[in-house]
Write a new protein. Sequence first.
Length: 278
Amino acid sequence: MKGRDTFTMAEIKELYQLFLQKDKADYNEQKSIRRKIREKGFYISDFSKYMTDFTKKGMNSTDFIRLCKNGTIKITDKDKSMKSDDVAEFLCNNDDHQSNKIRLGNNENLSSKNAEPQDNENFKEGLKPWVDEHSEILILGSFPSDVSLRERAYYQNKSKNSFWKLMHGLFGEGPDSKEFLMKHHIALWDCLAAANREGSLDSNILGGERPNNIQQLLESHPSIRRIVINGKSTARDYFGRYFSDLYNDIEIITVGSSSNTNSIEFETKLEDWKKILK
């Protein structure tokens, strides 16, 4: 954890006001507000693993209150100027989900509440990261195709995705394999660990989203110096939604999607991808 998970009631109120401002801000204004939030010791990325339904602007004020109410964000009782009744009143008056129980100092993971509807035939879990101690560049997609999930390997729907062709364009010929990527210090993962999706299209993702713990991966693999987001629409949107704090910690590059639904010619796409090595 980069920041704190325990705050006084006064700090909770200040953070809540900042999240209210962030809800209404445009992209450039949000960057300034996120910086103020971090200055108070709160890092949004510390809590992404508990969230299942971020808005496109990332954690919002409702998310913040919900995490306070369920105890994921803990409120210290050391602030003698605030009574427990004050805490309860504030949280209840600022939450859309009145049925949630308030627990001070009790950490509970929210992810199981909505992320794993076992009776949903379209609920899918993604793949483990391909990474080793020598990885330097982490390429992030959105979520694996059904073919990749079935084969338990990344980018296996090769008629609809040029990822491996791009890799060979960058590094030369070789097998379409994890070993080939490890040889060239490339790691692979996705923004999402799980989601409800019919078929393979990102546009068919219908909730149940659970982000991967990118922060933990980076901490356990300090050799990674750059993140490459595969796609300027869906993957980038998910990255901004769940991992916006990382923009301050590591170099991040966005390239055109390797998907063949992207109508850009291969040679043009390859030129774009060459910047990941610079």
